[in-house]
Write a protein that binds this ligand. Structure first.
Ligand code: AMP
Length: 226
């Protein structure tokens, strides 16, 4: 079976950590919409400038920017043998557009992974995560032993490469966190509506796992079904 995979889970559910593990195991690109936006912002591109206004507030970047950016990413060469899409689609509309685009291009969607986590727990987890400046796939979190940053010269650095760590502005802002979770748990038009759309669709295998257990246990639950 092919490995075209969507990963869903609220911000703070460990979705990025699991995506990085799956990437390594299957050697397929881990494509995170939020990380692509942050690269654009860091690089000062026009798209980055447009997106930043929305991202800082925790609002969705409009579809006319997001959808073409993500579809063109999936058309790049490294996606031929599979991909893990993380953070996109984030709404029912984006889900429908993605499904239609894949169909038009003769591509299958093989797996939909859903990491289930209570909103309050997800919120607590967001505040503790740290971003490695060198590699987005180096997860660090101050509250999880398995991915705790290490101390060097009196400061915390990336546990994988020793690089500097940042926090995301939208991770330290409770209003922005609340908005992002509001979008995620919305079953009418939001991300949960997208998850339900794929659950009802013909085709992808849906893997729903409990995100409240340890990182290793979540990985095992996913891998046993992939
Ligand atoms: P994330 O890193 O997944 O938390 O995404 C950070 C921010 O990027 C989100 O709060 C949105 O503002 C924006 N973003 C990421 N993915 C999408 C998407 N699929 N549609 C619209 N906005 C997005």
């Amino acid at each position: 079976m092919g490995k075209n995979i969507l990963v869903f889970g609220p911000n703070g559910s460990g979705k990025g950590t699991q995506g990085a593990i799956i990437q390594k195991k299957y050697d397929i690109p881990h494509i995170e919409s939020g990380a692509i936006f942050r690269e654009h912002i860091g690089g000062g591109t026009e798209l980055g400038k447009q997106a930043k206004v929305f991202i800082d507030k925790g609002d969705l970047v409009p579809d006319d920017i997001t959808i073409p950016m993500m579809i063109s990413r999936l058309q790049q060469d490294d996606c031929k043998d599979g991909w893990i899409l993380d953070g996109f689609p984030r709404s029912k509309d984006q889900a429908v557009t993605l499904a239609e685009t894949l169909k038009k291009e003769g591509l299958a969607l093989d797996y939909v992974i859903e990491i289930v986590l209570d909103r309050e727990i997800a919120k607590e987890r967001i505040m503790g995560r740290r971003l490695c400046v060198n590699d987005n796939n180096h997860p660090n979190h101050i509250a999880f032993d398995a991915i705790k940053p290490v101390e060097k010269d009196g400061k915390l650095v990336c546990r994988v490469c020793g690089g500097d760590l940042n926090t995301r502005a939208d991770d330290q802002d409770e209003v922005a966190i609340g908005k992002r979770h509001g979008i995620y748990y919305d079953e009418t038009v939001g991300t949960m509506a997208a998850v339900n759309y794929f659950k009802e669709a013909d085709g992808p295998k849906v893997i729903s796992v409990d995100g409240s257990v340890s990182i290793g246990e979540v990985t095992d639950a996913i891998m046993s079904e992939l």
